[in-house]
Design a protein around this ligand. Structure first.
Ligand code: COA
Length: 187
């Protein structure tokens, strides 16, 4: 088959940006991605994954960067304060083509917890799907208990805030290691 007859691989950029969503396109992209992951892919929710927490939550996004500018939303998470000093993160999602390539999930978790810490969190919790517990443990979270959420096995987990300094940044940028791209292309 000639090269131009082969299906194009999805565009995977060399640079990503993780930031607090402010513009309308970032917020729309955040909700669109959550719907794609939690309704269409995982079928945790049938019609919508949005709930009352979204009224007060801080929304974070991971975006691709093109020529240095944030371009399209490929990652999402939200955080909210559920009681004084106690914050929660939820709806962590990375678009399927961008998983395990740019550390987007890890950087969304990092900015989420650092942002809450900056805003006064003394405790940060999340209900983590069981297949992701190792990811969180490697990021200095510990399991408090096993629970069932939406009929699925989860762990209630707590972040060690000593590893999440309250740096006050609203954005971090990451350059994807070129070695990973070369390995993916060679595979
Ligand atoms: C879970 C999820 C957000 C992870 O995002 P991601 O961008 O693929 O993860 P990252 O690339 O940041 O992973 C960071 C590291 O953890 C590893 N990792 C990623 N997911 C992992 C998992 N489920 N278990 C163990 N390790 C994992 C990566 O390989 C990477 O390792 P490295 O540091 O050695 O390179 C993503 O897989 C996803 O959206 N899944 C579907 C929705 C979902 O499950 N949401 C979470 C609900 S709790």
């Amino acid at each position: 088959m000639a090269m131009w007859d082969q299906p194009a691989a999805p565009f995977i950029p060399g640079q990503y940006c993780v930031r607090i969503a402010q513009a309308a396109w970032e917020r729309d992209g955040h909700f669109r991605l959550r719907h794609e992951v939690f309704c269409d892919e995982q079928q945790v929710f049938s019609r919508t994954d949005r709930d009352a927490i979204d009224d007060d939550a801080i929304l974070l996004v991971a975006t691709t960067c093109v020529l240095g500018s944030p371009h399209s939303v490929v990652g999402a998470v939200r955080i909210h304060e559920d009681e004084p000093g106690s914050w929660r993160g939820s709806r962590l999602a990375v678009q399927a083509d961008h998983r395990r390539v740019g550390r987007l999930g890890a950087e969304l978790i990092r900015l989420a917890v650092c942002t809450a810490h900056q805003r006064g969190a003394t405790r940060f919790l999340a209900q983590v799907q069981v297949q992701n517990v190792t990811l969180f443990e490697r990021m200095n979270w510990r399991s408090l208990e096993q629970i069932t959420v939406h009929g699925l096995p989860h762990h209630l987990m707590q972040a060690d805030l000593a590893h999440y300094p309250p740096h006050g940044l609203v954005e971090t940028r990451m350059v994807r290691p070129l070695a990973a791209r070369a390995m993916a292309q060679a595979a």
